[in-house]
Design a binder for this molecule. Structure first.
Ligand SMILES: [Zn+2]
Length: 632
């Protein structure tokens, strides 16, 4: 019997080609310096520590939510970043804020276990009550993870027991959980993630049973989210409405029966991957991978962002058009978490490529200069501005979610598997991790200006002289790269889109030097062109005062096959602009004129810096029109 079970297990695992998942570094053992370290410190100080936890927990004491709104998501989202960043920094003021918020949350818990702000008759139904409980559960477990304080875990278990009693198989409300809330059950069903977290931490069978009940609703109910069958049939995320549900046609923000909402859908896959981790049910992982791969192909733009009005829309091929409700920060951070999770589970560097692109472009673009705020929407062309107020509060979903994106970047930065230490990202700082195979701690000190420059220098600081493999990620965008150890090139030339494995007995002071080819690439789309430098999307910005940023490129002169030899890094005019490049390019509207014939010299900056004054006068553009000719 035992033999049959094992052989089945082997078949199951090899079918999806999943080896052991990567392990993560302890937060704080990957420390950033340079521009990213400063950015993180600024966000920590001005956003996370500065958050008024009394303000965001006050609604839990009120129970007056009659609009079906989402005031109860803000605290859990805050904790998603606050606790990991307290672990990262040890900031005592942050710990006091976290403790004050937790005290209010615990005081608000009813004997039934409920934590929320809906009156009893409106709970667990329409609106965002279950969604709020999801974030509350995540917040409580982050507290438990960070402090080991069991009262937070007990409170979380009581919330889950309340949910089981209301919306479980024998629930008092008389309908299954996926029937509550919005977006064909996506919003409520995404509570799967904390339910599995709770099972992982308590090993209580009733929580795994509840998770199985949720997964059934998410995958088997004809009118439910249908996250597996539609994915495995190859139905694109933008085309999953219908299929057993008459779609809503009202065009409003909240849809009861549509399946196009990006953030809520991805949150469900996050839970399904967690459930796969405890049950080994491979279809769930396959469906998540199929969906994410399709999102990468059809939805992700050059800034690593996606979705319009938070919905999938085949956005990759429309990214040059003037959509404004683009790349909502909640969608961005949820995408980063999902990419980080798949990278960890599968070890596939494509997910690191995606996470890196999103981080350096749309994620940093959505954060304002002093990191006090995140934008709600960030277009690819236009100007940046602050987001809305939500639910009669001076905050919104995106400000609450923003810091989580940085945590995803940190968690993916340096991972390990067996005797491999895996360097996924490059930034100055110190990286430490324990190898799971033998418990040895591996340490590197990195100096780089990446991605401003393609050179990275890593010095081994591992105390003991020990053998291990350092896996260095070679991004897929990179046409060529070189890797040298103590000045000597590695034997196998590094291949883009893979890891370059360096296996040796390491001595303190061993130096690894990596050079990435950062040659600018041209992207063409429907008579528009855009430029990327390494992972960075380039933009024109009105602060350079170098002509109209909407001016056309001359027909046929700059194409993907004929990229310009044009980019020179130059001094930035202000500290607000991270990267500046000078270029002499074939553009202009009056080239019949002898002076107009000459190419202008213009500037580009990184997309994250473009428009970061957050005012209409500071406009930017990433997709540039190409002149049409007669007969086109
Ligand atoms: Zn949002």
């Amino acid at each position: 019997m035992k033999g049959v079970f094992v052989s089945c297990l082997v078949t199951v695992v090899s079918a999806v080609a999943v080896a052991e998942p990567n392990t993560l570094a302890v937060l704080g053992e990957v420390r950033l310096k340079g521009p990213m370290g400063e950015r993180l410190d600024r966000m920590l100080r001005n956003h996370v520590v500065a958050t008024d936890t009394e303000y965001i927990t006050a609604p839990f004491l009120e129970k007056t939510e009659r609009h079906g709104w989402w005031q109860t998501e803000f605290w859990g989202k805050y904790m998603h970043a606050a606790v990991p960043l307290w672990t990262y920094s040890g900031n005592e003021e942050l710990k006091r804020k976290i403790d004050a918020g937790l005290a209010t949350i615990l005081a608000s818990q009813e004997p039934s276990g409920y934590i929320g702000n809906y009156p009893d008759e409106l709970r667990c139904g329409e609106g965002w009550d279950v969604w709020g409980m999801k974030y509350t559960m995540l917040g409580l477990m982050h507290y438990y993870d960070g402090t080991g304080d069991k009262k937070a875990l007990d409170a979380c278990a009581k919330v889950c027991d309340y949910l089981i009693g209301q919306l479980g198989p024998e629930g008092k409300r008389g309908y299954p959980l996926y029937k509550s809330g919005n977006w064909a059950g996506y919003a409520s069903s995404s509570v799967l993630e904390p339910v599995v977290w709770l099972y992982k931490r308590t090993k209580e069978q009733r929580f795994l049973d509840f998770a199985s009940f949720l997964v059934k609703g998410m995958t088997e109910a004809e009118d439910g989210p249908r996250l597996v069958d539609l994915a495995l049939k190859g139905i694109s995320v933008a085309d999953r409405n219908g299929y057993g549900l008459q779609p809503d046609k009202n065009g409003g923000y909240v849809m009861k029966r549509n399946r196009s909402k990006a953030y809520e859908m991805m949150s469900c896959y996050q839970g399904l991957i967690e459930y796969y981790e405890v049950t080994g049910k491979e279809d769930l992982l396959k469906a998540a991978i199929a969906t994410v791969d399709q999102i990468i192909r059809d939805e992700i733009n050059l800034a690593g962002g996606s979705a319009c009005s938070e919905s999938w829309f085949h956005g990759a091929k429309k990214q040059h058009r003037p959509y404004v409700h683009l790349q909502e920060t909640c969608v961005v951070t949820t995408w980063m978490r999902l990419a980080e999770k798949l990278l960890t589970v599968t070890g596939d560097p494509r997910y690191a490529d995606e996470l890196e692109k999103t981080f350096y472009n749309i994620y940093l673009a959505s954060m304002n200069r002093d990191a006090t705020e995140f934008a709600a929407y960030t277009p690819l062309n236009g100007y940046r501005y602050r987001g809305h107020h939500h639910c009669y509060m001076h905050t919104n979903c995106c400000n609450a979610n923003g810091p989580r994106g940085f945590v995803a970047f940190l968690r993916a930065f340096f991972q390990a598997n067996g005797t491999k230490a895996i360097m996924n990202f490059y930034a100055s700082g110190k990286q430490q991790i324990k190898l799971p195979a033998n418990g040895e701690k591996v340490i590197f000190e990195t100096y780089t200006q990446y991605p401003k420059k393609g050179f990275v220098r890593m010095v081994n600081h591992t105390a003991k002289q020990i053998p291990f493999t350092l896996s260095v990620r070679i991004p897929a965008w990179c046409a060529s790269a070189s890797v040298r150890v103590n000045g000597k090139a590695v034997e196998q030339p590094p291949k883009p889109g893979t890891y370059c494995d360096i296996t040796r007995t390491w001595t303190i002071g061993d130096v690894v030097e990596v050079n990435f080819d950062m040659t600018v690439r041209v992207h063409e789309l429907d008579h528009y062109i855009a430029f990327t430098y390494g992972p960075i999307l380039l933009a024109r910005d009105t602060r350079f005062h170098d002509g109209p940023i909407d001016e056309v490129f001359r027909r046929g002169q700059v194409t993907a096959k004929n990229p310009p030899q044009f980019l020179l890094a130059v001094r930035s005019p202000s500290d607000d602009i991270w990267m500046t490049f000078s270029a002499t390019v074939p553009m202009g509207s009056h080239h019949e004129n002898p002076e107009g014939f000459n190419w202008p010299e213009i500037r580009f900056c990184d997309y994250a810096s473009a428009g970061n004054l957050w005012e209409p006068a500071n406009a930017y553009r990433t997709w540039f029109p190409v002149e049409y000719g007669l007969g086109e």
